[in-house]
Design a protein around this ligand. Structure first.
Ligand code: C2E
Ligand code: MG
Ligand code: MG
Ligand code: MG
Length: 292
């Protein structure tokens, strides 16, 4: 129809543009109501220590379950949430919810796990992240030393001055700071030195091919070595096979996260990994693929 009207012979839109625009409008209107309607849930993915083979932390990952759309992946709704300015509210909700959950785990006798929470760049650009973190920590009584904020390279690159100040203040509170998806942006390790980071997470795309692609293996090894020189702990994301695990263990990677150990799961399943949910129990390895 648009095609026929276009006198110069070019299309104003086609069918696929039309349906994409429609999907976006539908997603956007539902997303606006999702927080109020309590459609978000936090899942937790275990992080395993290389040294002990036990779960020492979890990453909080948001899920959106809409009655009509079903489960919508973060990759589908978070970019839109950033665009329409909703991501800050979502992040705040995830932070509050996961810190409350951490408190419940502690009361149930779990060891003090590190709680890693993703933070969108918008918090840094135009929002009071420091205030939010301070408030949530005091509301939940959580030890700041158990909270780890995950930032991306883009965040650090975009707002250097302000970010260094904010990160330094968070650091002084005792909060741990991680760089997420390392290797996908354009920053170098020496650039990272300007920020008071504790943890570096190697992006899943490198881990995917460490066994088959010598370049990815070399990048991963160099990253681990330099990160250790800078006194950063190294987490490997997306560990899916025993071969990847062995390679990473053999090359001094500190912490593993991935489907080999566990998908992101609900809070009760994290508690179950430590035996009875309501009693004190020693930490346990999460699964058999991890050799003693
Ligand atoms: P991320 O922070 O890098 O989180 C890791 C992602 O990799 C998660 O995807 C996780 O489910 C997935 N993953 C973990 N292990 C494996 C594996 O072995 N194989 C494969 N193929 N995937 C694995 P998810 O949950 O879909 O989240 C995608 C991204 O969305 C996250 O990447 C993060 O950037 C963002 N995100 C999730 N929750 C939040 C949130 O509460 N706030 C913000 N701002 N971003 C979030
Ligand atoms: Mg993350
Ligand atoms: Mg990541
Ligand atoms: Mg990410």
């Amino acid at each position: 129809q648009a095609k026929e009207e276009g006198r110069n012979g070019y299309q104003i839109y086609d069918e696929s543009m039309n349906s994409r625009a429609l999907e976006r409008i539908i997603l956007e209107s539902k997303l606006h109501k999702a927080l109020k309607n309590q459609e978000f849930t936090v899942y937790y993915q275990p992080q395993i220590s290389s040294r002990t083979g036990t779960v020492i932390g979890v990453e909080a990952l948001v899920r959106w379950n809409n009655p009509e759309l079903g489960v919508v992946e973060p990759a589908r709704f978070l970019p839109l949430a950033e665009e329409i300015g909703l991501v800050i509210q979502i992040d705040e909700w995830v932070l509050g919810e996961s810190c409350r959950q951490h408190r419940l785990w502690m009361e149930a006798g779990l060891p003090p796990l590190t709680l890693a929470v993703n933070v969108s760049g918008q918090h840094f650009a135009r929002y009071d992240l420091l205030g939010t973190v301070t408030r949530v920590l005091s509301e939940t009584g959580m030890d700041p030393g158990h909270l780890e904020l995950e930032l991306t390279e883009g965040v650090l690159m975009a707002h250097t001055e302000k970010t260094v100040k904010m990160l330094t203040a968070l650091k002084q509170m005792g909060v741990r700071l991680a760089i997420d998806d390392f290797g996908t942006g354009f920053s170098s390790l020496s650039y990272l030195k300007r920020f008071p980071l504790d943890v570096l997470k190697i992006d899943r795309t490198f881990i995917d091919d460490i066994i088959t692609d010598p370049d990815d293996a070399a990048i991963t090894l160099a990253t681990i070595e330099m990160a250790h020189t800078m006194k950063l702990q190294v987490v490997a994301e997306g560990v899916e096979t025993q071969e990847q695990l062995e390679f990473l263990r053999g090359n001094s990677c500190d912490i593993f996260q991935g489907y080999l150990f566990s998908h992101p799961v609900l809070p009760d399943q994290i508690a179950a990994m430590f035996g009875a949910a309501a009693t004190s129990a020693p930490p346990q390895a999460v699964s058999s693929p991890y050799p003693p």
